[in-house]
Design a protein around this ligand. Structure first.
Ligand SMILES: C[S@@+](CC[C@H](N)C(=O)[O-])C[C@H]1O[C@@H](n2cnc3c(N)ncnc32)[C@H](O)[C@@H]1O
Ligand SMILES: [Zn+2]
Length: 309
């Protein structure tokens, strides 16, 4: 299912012990933790692209203390994943959503992220899934129609590639930060849903949408983790304990049947096409607000890994 990422090659990769190679002789090693780095030099814009180790560690601690549990629950419910599903998570981060979904449903799970610290952390904690380093905005190194479900959770949105790697009856779940997400820390955000539906228009059709909102009373260390996870670690004032809102807009798409991909390319802004958001009304599903105690353990990633999480 994996394809050689070398430009103009893209032949199937075969695996032999801790190496993968294509018929043209391009080869790739499996890292000690089990992930495969297929990122090509021309596909990265910096030496260490994607989330930093600090952002990854902060996000993992937040997931681990339970604040994102209701978000996971809502994503899982919308995906309705089963053991028959083959799932790709594009921009998987440290693997919380995909790894938990795989453990709970038994689906065949594949995660891709451009950040080595993220994929390394995912591979250590969820060894049953396949973890790849690649740029999800470019070529996704998988054969056409490999997946029955693609996830993009506050992450990448490559409509053409998602369409190519999805089976004809495949579904796509996109999670976006909702306007009230982290409102206490960054003010009210934009409503990104309509624009996102437009991004996928012509290739996908929107079949369901929901919102999930929760809140947690966080201690100062957890607030600092949130700031790290949104790339705003530097503040003049030290973080203080506070109640923080977490909120996602969830969009479920189906691949449009029989669409001619070439004809549709670049057609997303067709003014003739009705906007599904405008015509559907907003189905709002708000989880009960969960309040968590002010206890947040500041555990670092290595400590977690040593304990076999
Ligand atoms: C906001 S985080 C979300 C992570 C994860 N989905 C979660 O919700 O915990 C966005 C992720 O996208 C990754 N990313 C950024 N640019 C990328 C790219 N071009 N290709 C693949 N992943 C990318 C970052 O490294 C980061 O892990
Ligand atoms: Zn090759």
């Amino acid at each position: 299912m994996l394809l050689c990422p070398v430009r103009d090659c893209h032949l199937p990769l075969e695996r032999e012990a801790r190496h993968l190679f294509c018929p043209r002789g391009h080869s790739f090693d499996v890292a000690r933790s089990g992930y495969i780095n297929l990122l090509q030099p021309q596909d990265r814009r910096s030496k260490q692209p994607g989330d930093t180790a600090a952002a990854i560690a902060g996000r993992r601690r937040l997931h681990d203390c339970g604040v994102t549990g209701p978000l996971l629950h809502a994503v899982a419910e919308l995906t309705a994943a089963s053991p028959d599903d083959v799932v790709l998570d594009a921009g998987c981060g440290e693997g919380f959503y995909l790894g938990t979904l795989a453990r709970e449903t038994g689906c065949d799970a594949h995660g891709v992220d451009i950040s080595i610290p993220a994929v390394d952390a995912a591979a250590r904690r969820y060894p049953a899934c396949e973890w790849i380093v690649a740029n999800a905005d470019r070529f996704l190194p998988y054969a056409d129609r490999s997946f029955s479900l693609v996830l993009s959770i506050t992450a990448r949105m490559n409509a053409d590639e998602f369409r190519r790697v999805l089976r004809e009856d495949g579904r796509l779940v996109v999670a976006l930060p909702a306007p009230e997400d982290l409102v206490e820390l960054r003010g009210a955000g934009r409503d990104r849903a309509a624009r996102t539906v437009e991004t996928f228009a012509g290739r996908f059709t929107l079949t369901d949408r929901r919102s999930v909102t929760t809140a947690a009373d966080l201690d100062a260390a957890a607030v600092q983790d949130v700031l790290h996870s949104i790339y705003r670690p530097m503040r003049s004032q030290p973080a203080e304990p506070m109640r923080v809102t977490f909120s996602l807009d969830l969009l479920l798409f189906r691949k449009l049947a029989g669409a001619n991909d070439r004809r549709l390319r670049g057609n997303a802004s067709d003014p003739e096409r009705p906007n599904p958001v405008a015509s559907e009304g907003r189905c709002r599903w708000t989880m009960p607000v969960h309040s968590y105690p002010l206890r947040h353990r500041s555990v670092n990633l290595d400590e977690h890994q040593r304990r076999g999480h």
